[in-house]
Write a protein that binds this ligand. Structure first.
Ligand code: SME
Length: 163
């Protein structure tokens, strides 16, 4: 997958300044990004955001594209999402059936990557990008590099959704 070809369109989606940096504007931009990413990248079967609470170690489900999930509120430390939030590092699972601390969304999901999004000002975890794939070991070093850059680009919008 040549992610460099996606940059211009991603920048276009995120530059949509309808309603600027309000919760509504941020939600709109991130939802558009989720829908577009899921459509554009074949191995991104579920693409979404979790948003960290300001004063509790909890993650709320944010905008997403893909199947509904029952995991709308995840404590730090629980599942792949909670572990990534706690460690503040990318969490990559090639085969979710072999992961012990994992919250299943759909039996179709085989691999997952979670990329923390940092608050631009303080450097604390504002939320994360969560992606599921129906293919085992779908994510590699190209995804990591691309998603790390994307996490920086969405940081202000993810931070705007924190409550
Ligand atoms: N599998 C995640 C839960 C979120 S869903 O993938 C949307 C986890 O283990 O944290």
């Amino acid at each position: 997958m040549d992610f460099s070809r996606l940059e211009t369109e991603i920048d276009g989606i995120l530059a949509n300044s309808n309603r600027a940096l309000t919760k509504g504007g941020a939600r709109e931009r991130l939802q558009a990004l989720c829908d577009w990413m899921r459509e554009r990248v074949p191995h991104y079967d579920w693409f979404g955001f979790y948003v960290a609470r300001k004063s509790e170690p909890l993650l709320d489900l944010g905008p997403f594209a893909g199947e509904q999930t029952e995991h709308v509120l995840i404590p730090f430390g629980r599942g792949i999402c909670g572990q990534a939030a706690q460690s503040r590092e990318i969490f990559l699972v090639d085969d979710v059936s072999a992961a012990s601390n994992y919250l299943a969304c759909s039996l179709k999901v085989k691999s997952e990557i979670v990329v923390p999004v940092m608050e631009p000002a303080s450097g604390e975890v504002a939320g994360e990008i969560d992606i599921d794939s129906h293919t085992v070991a779908a994510f590699g070093s190209e995804d990591r590099a691309f998603l790390e850059e994307l996490a920086a680009k969405v940081a202000a919008d993810v931070a705007a959704l924190r409550r």
